[in-house]
Ligand binder design. Structure first.
Ligand code: WTA
Length: 645
């Protein structure tokens, strides 16, 4: 497959950027011509950010799985679509060709249909990183059911909240999943999440770990049994088929829950056509993907990175996507390098937190590993510090591979700002230039564009985007007003990212981190309010305040200040109890790294917690805490500062 929309030179980047800005409809219609449509669009783009309303390719009909699978069958039926590496290197690698992927996805679609799933139904997927997870995602898309994948690290309570919010009808899960030397009992977590649930009709259970599970008659069915039945239905005389549902361009494709600064996670909704085009276009261009390349994205499909750059982008491009079940440090810290060596990986796309963690093991895990197949290195999810960038460049890329720093969000569907591998220059710890179609601006608190360079030659402020690109979120599930308030109301007629940024005189962007109360823990988004709510549910906790602090490996750690009025155990036991409560309410990923017990919190006279002060204390700053005179009780600051843990 060739990619006529691929940017091949710096000049072409500037030209495409200009065309996509000046005439987006013509530009994107051109790109869209490289996809398979049942019917082409009536109008390329219709939008306003005040409602907000964004429609790309309205009137067009398609099914994303025909673009990700069927259209590749003629030429690439034997080409690997997915290469799967298990958690345990002694277990067999699985290579899934496009023909095999087609068959499995047809089977899943048939299995879902047999179990009563219809177009528009919500199917929650809570599985480990097995190929069946990809089949499940694409099987949903094939029949037009809306998938909502939940990361395996979330607790039963978190799942229950998401099932409720999405009014989910079905669940696909595993008995358990392997994670390093642990087994996560996924079905058991689902059972707990389903206590009191009234909407789920069926739970399909794939056997991965052969962990014992309860199976409720009439509700729970085994994946293997159902797939056997479906196999006979979709395969006749050696020909496999399951007609894909015809979808409108703007029909929802999936919901993915993500944390914000307030309340419970929101269900970000992406739609069929725009998301497909955006993930494919960005995948090919940022990573400089060429036919035949083996692409290894180390993310989990439970996060947006996995959706866009393990499943949809690479497959729509007819690529080969390497999917990894394990963790970077099991059975040892050489696991990534073994996989790259074994499969002659060309592109590695990973998170700075993984690099920092691997860096700490020194050179030994790299010894004897042949990494010469690598051509492009990428990072995603959080700012990359210069030390990690150089380590990546020297030790992994051997100074021969461009490193791309890709900035984007669950809401943006795919990358918005990144250097293009081998085409536009890189700059350590800078995401650099926007993709064609992306118009970022930096605004001040009032929403006015900052245009004047400061004395360091930079423009600094809050990052917004002026116009829609095809992959922008369309709504938050069940609550459009929440979408408007969260992203489109802070600054009129702009999409507000929640990130702070700076821009240099050449137009390069550097993302400095969230300016709202959202933390980024090992590249995972967690709202401080969510963690506080969970801590406050612990008996004996009167009040709490959560802030982030710099953490060598995770990027940010969670620091909790807690007012506690109970009598159980000593301080350490209380800390563990509180952590366990957080793990039950949200999941282990949200456990505080540090808990400090305090007698009061710094509050203004109107009762607002002054997080700025707490953040400084958590960062280790004891002097220069700023103006504390407006506090209700200024003395509390000295006490907190003294008791820092
Ligand atoms: C942060 C992940 C700096 C940012 C794809 C954003 C980054 C949030 C980068 C979205 C980067 C992501 N440099 N910061 N290259 N990439 N971020 O929704 O704060 O899980 O708002 O999407 O991660 O996280 P999310």
């Amino acid at each position: 497959m060739s990619y006529p929309f691929k940017i091949n030179s710096l000049e072409q980047y500037y030209e495409d950027y200009k065309n996509a800005t000046d005439n987006p409809e013509a530009f994107w219609a051109n790109v869209a011509d490289n996809f398979y449509w049942r019917k082409k669009w009536d109008k390329v783009l219709d939008w306003n950010f005040s409602e907000p309303k964004v429609e790309w390719f309205a009137g067009a009909k398609l099914n994303i799985t025909e673009n990700c699978i069927d259209r590749h069958l003629e030429k690439f039926s034997d080409k690997p679509a997915i290469i799967w590496e298990p958690n345990n290197p002694d277990e067999r690698t699985r290579v899934v060709t496009y023909a095999r992927l087609h068959k499995r996805v047809c089977q899943v679609a048939q299995m879902l249909k047999n179990n009563g799933v219809k177009k528009g139904d919500r199917v929650c997927i809570y599985m480990g990183m097995v190929p069946e997870l990809t089949y499940a995602v694409l099987g949903c898309a094939r029949i037009g059911a809306i998938h909502s994948v939940i990361f395996g690290g979330f607790s039963a309570q978190s799942i229950a909240d998401r099932l409720d919010d999405a009014n989910a009808d079905f669940i696909i899960t595993c008995d358990g999943s392997y994670r390093g030397d642990k087994i996560i009992p996924l079905k058991d977590v689902i059972d707990n999440a389903l206590v009191g649930n009234k909407t789920i009709k069926k739970v399909i259970v794939y056997t991965r770990t052969r962990t014992s599970v309860s199976m409720i008659k009439g509700r729970d069915v085994w994946w293997e049994d159902e797939m056997d039945i479906a196999e006979d239905q979709v395969e006749k005389n050696g020909v496999v088929s399951f007609p894909a549902e015809e979808m409108d361009a703007e029909d929802p494709l999936f919901i993915l829950y993500t944390s914000g600064s307030t309340g419970k996670p929101k269900g970000v909704v992406h739609t069929c056509a725009g998301y497909m085009i955006w993930t494919t276009y960005t995948f090919v261009n940022m990573l400089n993907y060429n036919q035949g390349d083996i692409h290894f994205c180390t993310a989990d499909i439970g996060w947006i990175t996995g959706h866009s750059y393990i499943v949809y982008g690479p497959l729509a491009a007819g690529g080969t996507s390497l999917m990894f079940e394990g963790i970077p440090t099991f059975p040892n810290a050489g696991r990534f390098w073994d996989i790259i060596d074994k499969h002659q990986v060309n592109i590695l796309y990973t998170a700075p937190t993984a690099l920092r963690s691997l860096m700490s093991f020194g050179d030994a895990p790299l010894l004897g590993k042949n990494l010469s197949s690598l051509k492009t290195l990428g990072t995603v999810g959080e700012p990359i510090n210069e030390e990690a960038w150089h380590w990546y460049d020297d030790n992994i890329g051997k100074n021969k591979c461009p490193i791309i720093d890709t900035w984007w969000q669950t809401e943006t569907g795919g990358t918005l700002i990144a250097n293009l591998a081998g085409i536009t220059p890189s700059k350590p710890s800078w995401a650099t230039l926007p993709m064609p179609g992306v118009q970022p601006i930096i605004v001040d608190e009032k929403g006015d564009e900052v245009t004047k360079l400061d004395d360091q030659g930079m423009i600094k402020g809050n990052l917004c985007i002026k116009a829609p690109w095809p992959g922008i979120l369309r709504t938050t599930w069940g609550d459009h007003e929440r979408c408007r308030l969260n992203y489109f109301a802070t600054y009129p007629n702009l999409y507000f990212t929640g990130d702070g940024a700076m821009k240099d005189a050449e137009g390069n962007f550097r993302i400095t981190g969230r300016v709202d109360d959202v933390l980024n823990i090992s590249g995972h988004r967690i709202g401080t309010a969510e963690v506080e709510n969970a801590i406050n549910m612990h008996t004996g906790v009167v009040e709490s305040a959560v802030v982030g602090y710099p953490h060598d490996i995770k990027g940010q750690g969670i620091y909790a200040f807690v007012i506690y009025n109970g009598h159980h155990g000593d301080e350490n036991q209380r800390r563990q109890d509180i952590s366990l409560t957080v793990a039950k309410i949200i999941g282990a990923i949200a456990k505080p790294d540090k808990i400090q017990f305090v007698s009061g919190l710094p509050k203004t006279r109107s009762g607002k917690i002054m997080r700025r002060i707490l953040r400084k204390i958590a960062e280790g700053e004891t002097e220069n805490l700023g103006d504390t005179t407006t506090l209700l009780d200024p003395d509390v600051v000295a006490e907190i500062s003294k008791g820092r843990v």
